[in-house]
Design a protein around this ligand. Structure first.
Ligand code: HAM
Length: 416
């Protein structure tokens, strides 16, 4: 094969698209129920937007970005995530209005140069939301319950929600110091990556999946013990709100997430049906990012769902969704083909999906084509049928046949 899809990218084929459509439809419907409005931003942005917001020592920025120079020598990057572009757009277009909560949602492809494996691609898709303008813990609860409601709508029951608070600019530095003091003693026994993380971004050590590091990570100081009174109060109120809303959750003090902009609440939705890459959704607060990127002080929170991972678990629950056409017209002879073409055109205009065979083949081949098209009905037109003005309509599921005139056919499918 001369050309193939690039490593870490995938074609989504017609046989799979039904599940994607179902997920996208449910996502839009759920986001809109919670009053989110769709925003679409460009696929590439100025590189600096991502390095500043996600953090230059994170894995995403330090090794996973698709960065290139354009013809004028400007550094651009294919978006590895959508929070920073949405913040950029919200500031640029004055969407953030004081004292209002502004709610935006998006669906689209993201790009990260990661080592491809199950659940991890270089081009993948996210559906996500961002809510700007309130630090109220009940907004955190609403955002988490929105994710929960979408998964419920898709019939998923086996999901787990982990929540944590990573504190704020006042209490996080103290926590990082505590972590460094703790890991310093064991660093020699830990993996190479963790030794690097220790220097650049010690919080990231908590995310390490290497077995050698696990026993040290398990006993590491907990974020929960280092929160300042304001962050502790905020987190307690989030937890109370989750209880009140009947949302099942688990506090996971190791949940620090891989992007630097988070403050206070972080959360992930995990599926046991996925392998090592088991997070279907990740999000949290980022109360200082809008201001860091040039806007006014604006607390904010959001999440993004990985659609490939969601498809993986939803496809066991939803039917494949590949839709067949409603009517296939098989025509034998030139005269019949003309009539077939007219009937198909009328059907389509009336909103009935229809097709015909252009190859001028025999009846058997045309019925095979009708089968392949997943047709609900086949209409057969030959010389005899034209003479009598009655065509043969075959129900492809039951194989029942009846003769119909064009008028009857039209009434049957309400073609007019
Ligand atoms: P994230 O945790 O980097 O957060 O990504 C969110 C979700 O995208 C993950 O839980 C996973 O399902 C999916 N995902 C990430 N990388 C890949 C990959 N290489 N292949 C397949 N799926 C992947 C964010 O992107 C934040 N912007 C979320 C957010 C929004 N936080 C606040 N607002």
């Amino acid at each position: 094969m001369k050309y193939t899809a690039q490593r870490g990218t995938r074609d989504i084929l017609p046989s799979e698209i039904g599940v994607w459509h179902a997920i996208e439809k449910s996502a839009r419907r759920t986001f809109e129920l919670f009053d989110y409005k769709e925003i679409r931003t460009p696929i590439f942005e100025q590189t600096d937007l991502f390095s500043r917001s996600i953090g230059s020592s994170t894995d995403i920025v330090s090794k996973e970005m698709y960065t290139f120079l354009d013809r004028k020598g400007r550094s651009l990057t294919l978006r590895p995530e959508e929070t920073a572009p949405v913040v950029r757009a919200a500031i640029e277009h004055g969407l953030i209005v004081k004292e209002n909560v502004v709610k935006l949602y998006y669906l689209g492809p993201m790009f990260r140069y990661e080592r491809p494996q199950a659940g991890r691609q270089r081009q993948f898709h996210q559906a996500g939301v961002e809510a700007f303008g309130s630090a109220d813990p009940m907004l955190d609860v609403e955002v988490i319950s929105l994710a929960g409601q979408l998964f419920d709508r898709l019939g998923l029951k086996e999901l787990e929600i982990d929540v944590n608070s990573v504190g704020c600019a006042a209490c996080r530095p103290g926590y990082i110091e505590k972590l460094k003091d703790y890991f310093k003693q064991n660093l020699n026994n830990m993996c190479d990556d963790c030794r690097k993380r220790f220097e650049a971004n010690p919080l990231r050590i908590l995310d390490c999946k290497e077995a050698v590091c696990q026993k040290y990570i398990e006993k590491a100081p907990s974020t929960g013990d280092s929160l300042c009174p304001e962050c502790r109060d905020h987190f307690e109120r989030v937890i109370k709100g989750l209880e009140l809303s009947g949302i099942k959750y688990r506090v996971n003090h190791r949940l620090v997430r891989g992007l630097d902009y988070y403050t206070r609440t972080t959360f992930e939705v995990i599926s046991r049906q996925l392998g090592a890459q088991n997070a279907v959704c990740g999000g949290g607060r980022y109360d200082t990012l809008v201001e860091e990127l040039g806007g006014g002080p604006t607390p904010a929170i959001g999440f993004a769902i990985g659609l490939e991972r969601l498809v993986e678990i939803v496809k066991n629950v939803l039917p494949s969704g590949e839709k067949g056409i409603e009517l296939f017209v098989a025509a034998l002879g030139d005269e019949a083909k003309k009539i077939a073409f007219q009937i198909v055109s009328k059907a389509r205009k009336a909103g009935v999906s229809a097709d015909l065979d252009y190859a001028g083949r025999g009846l058997k081949a045309q019925m095979k084509a009708a089968d392949r098209a997943g047709a609900g009905n086949a209409l057969i037109i030959g010389d005899n049928e034209i003479k009598n003005g009655r065509y043969l309509l075959k129900d492809m599921k039951t194989a029942a046949q009846k003769e119909v005139t064009e008028t009857e056919l039209i009434a049957l499918f309400s073609l007019l």
